[in-house]
Write a protein that binds this ligand. Structure first.
Ligand SMILES: C[S@@+](CC[C@H](N)C(=O)[O-])C[C@H]1O[C@@H](n2cnc3c(N)ncnc32)[C@H](O)[C@@H]1O
Length: 464
């Protein structure tokens, strides 16, 4: 055989050998993972939960709700703490996590990530850390926030930080990291029929608990047990973020809210100026097109003090059922939940085209503005799915804008500050719909409130 023939044979043998070794290694790895999972499933309840959470697309809240009650109240704060700030917490509880972990781990490696179990156990040994971080904005949470002020963005996946920096620059990205790592406070929306200051007194809160952002809001920085008082039983207030309250108000009266929206996210929200009409806002016909479980539907209906009408749509039966229950409990006779079929919305709605005074499209989005409430989301972000969002958002805006009457308003809102979903979608909608002119828009939070983007248009009177 020629020299070159020998070389080819040797190289072929070598390749076959490398392939065989790799496939053996893969098989070993698979077996190792299977053994590990089996052990976790039988021996370690936290391991079982961890595995379930990583493998499932379900939200952490839903998984926690499946736990027995006592276990849930025991675990929830610890798991929240673990997910909210794994790296910074590591220093406090004495666990070593190398730079980049766990964000550089794939799903299988994450399942086996020993630091999670280690941190969980450390939190078990020092429950005050978990309690402090997850429930109260106390000294240790402040210390962690301080470490970020000094420049650490370790607790967010690098791809997320990169996008914040690309969209907003390094200084704002750092502000966002600081704000979104803090535990959220508790905010209340007081019903029109109730007395805000009276409820504040009933909750034994100081005067400065009255929100400066929402004219019907009360705000607690840390955890506050608000469900034990009579007025909660009577339904005189709802637990709701002040940003959501303002958004509901923007649908009915944009002139009060537009001046509070900022050109960039991450800064404190300016105070609400003026009085809220005691008898409520004038009656209007409003569509809440992506209502979900209807937090904003209920706020809009209450702001009109039982007058006008709010039609709430969604494509999920379970969400509409939950909203119907809430409407009944709150006795909001001016709100109605209507289930739509995805793809068949136009057919169902064409008789209502150009009938609404205002339409809210609170569109599905990346949810990065609410990461403090959902710290698990940053662990499971699917960047391919994110790319599809702007197309969906534009489709929903084009679809539901048809319901707006000439002279009526269209409100687009997101609980995120990603420019691809906010400003880029606004630009695309505007280019396709010259019959709508912008009344204004901008960002809210994430600071005291969750992070929102809100854009408001008016349909020109002579538009077709
Ligand atoms: C960001 S969530 C809305 C949150 C809600 N407004 C609230 O206050 O809790 C977006 C909602 O849009 C719904 N959705 C998705 N596609 C839809 C469609 N074609 N028509 C109506 N709603 C849709 C989702 O099911 C989801 O509940």
């Amino acid at each position: 055989m020629s020299n070159s023939g020998n070389r080819r044979t040797r190289s072929h043998k070598k390749k076959t050998q490398i392939k065989r070794e790799k496939s053996e290694r893969d098989r070993d790895d698979r077996e190792k993972v299977a053994r590990y999972l089996e052990k976790q499933a039988t021996q370690d309840p936290f391991g079982r939960f961890w595995r379930g959470w990583i493998e499932s697309r379900r939200h952490l809240d839903a998984l926690l709700a499946d736990l027995p009650k006592a276990k849930k109240s025991d675990w929830a704060p610890r798991i929240q703490a673990l997910l909210r700030i794994p790296a910074s917490l590591a220093a406090e509880v004495g666990v070593g996590i190398s730079a980049g972990e766990p964000w550089n781990l794939n799903e299988e490696a994450l399942l086996q990530w020993p630091a999670a179990a280690q941190i969980f156990r450390a939190l078990e040994a020092k429950p005050e850390i978990a309690r402090n971080l997850a429930i109260e904005a106390t000294a240790s949470a402040e210390a962690v926030a301080q470490s970020r002020i000094e420049g650490s963005t370790d607790d967010f996946p690098p791809a997320m930080i990169e996008e914040w920096e690309k969209d907003w620059g390094a200084a704002i990205a750092k502000k966002l990291a600081i704000e979104l790592a803090k535990p959220p406070g508790v905010s209340l929306r007081v019903r029109m029929r109730a007395d805000r200051d009276g409820i504040r007194r009933e909750l034994e809160a100081r005067k400065d608990a009255l929100s400066t952002i929402s004219p019907v809001g009360i705000r607690f920085e840390g955890y506050k047990a608000v469900m034990a008082v009579d007025s909660f039983e009577k339904g005189d207030f709802e637990i709701q973020d002040e940003g959501s309250q303002l958004l509901a108000l923007a649908v009915l009266d944009p002139s009060r809210v537009i001046p509070m929206l900022l050109p960039t996210p991450g800064d404190p929200t300016p105070a609400f100026v003026g009085e809220f009409p005691k008898k409520g806002m004038p009656a209007q016909t409003v569509i809440d097109a992506c209502a979900g479980a209807g937090g904003k539907t209920l706020a809009i209906a209450d702001f009109m003090n039982g007058k006008g009408r709010v039609f709430a749509y969604d494509i999920f039966q379970s969400k509409m059922a939950a909203l119907r229950r809430r409407i009944g409990k709150a006795q909001m006779t001016n709100a109605k939940a209507i289930l739509l079929e995805s793809g068949a919305e136009t057919e169902a709605l064409k008789d209502f085209f150009e009938k609404a005074d205002a339409v809210l499209v609170d569109a599905p989005c990346s949810g990065w503005g609410v990461l403090r409430r959902n710290p698990d989301a940053k662990w499971k972000e699917n960047y391919e799915e994110l790319e599809k969002l702007p197309e969906l958002q534009l489709r929903l805006l084009n679809l539901y804008s048809k319901l707006v009457r000439p002279g009526g308003r269209l409100v687009y809102s997101l609980c995120t500050f990603r420019k691809a979903e906010s400003e880029a979608v606004v630009k695309a909608f505007q280019a396709e719909n010259p019959g709508f002119h912008s009344l204004g828009g901008g960002y809210l939070g994430p600071h005291q409130t969750d992070g929102f983007f809100i854009q408001i248009w008016e349909r020109k009177v002579d538009s077709k």
